[in-house]
Write a protein that binds this ligand. Structure first.
Ligand code: SF4
Ligand code: SF4
Length: 130
């Protein structure tokens, strides 16, 4: 039984996607440099399923500053900017629950398919949406 499973596994393609590259290079930083210079390409991540909840998208123009999203956010991720009557979202602490999206009366918030959010700085432009 074990041998049968072993052989079937040997002949089956992996269901996971090899990411960021098919074959891991000796130096990851070297690879990233090559990607930056256009000499190498990152293997695309797996397609995300329908209704995937990734990084929040905020439409500033639509926002009316009602603060409903702030009230429903369980992680206190959204801050109000009173001078502009707009919001700031700290994605690093977001739990991707989508409650703010559901609560927004004007559809100013939505969830993207973006999930590659690793960063050294939680306050970097990549992780602050405003
Ligand atoms: S998705 Fe959830 S945790 Fe993230 S900002 Fe919206 S309400 Fe807060
Ligand atoms: S719920 Fe919508 S309109 Fe209200 S502050 Fe949040 S993003 Fe703006």
């Amino acid at each position: 039984m074990i041998l049968k499973t072993l052989f079937s596994q040997l002949l089956t393609r992996p269901v996971t996607n090899r990411f960021p590259v098919k074959y891991m290079p000796k130096s990851v930083t070297g690879l990233l440099k090559k990607v930056e210079e256009g000499e190498a390409k990152i293997h695309p991540p797996v397609p995300v399923p329908e209704k995937f909840r990734g990084k929040l998208i905020y439409d500033r123009e639509k926002c009316i500053g009602c603060q409903l999203c702030i009230r429903v956010c369980p992680a206190s991720v959204i801050k109000f900017k009173p001078e502009e009557k707009k919001i700031r979202i700290h994605v690093a602490r977001c739990t991707f629950c989508s409650q703010c999206v559901d609560a927004c009366p004007v559809g100013a918030l939505s969830m993207s398919e973006e999930f590659l959010l690793a960063d050294y700085d939680r306050f970097s432009g990549n992780l602050v949406v405003e």
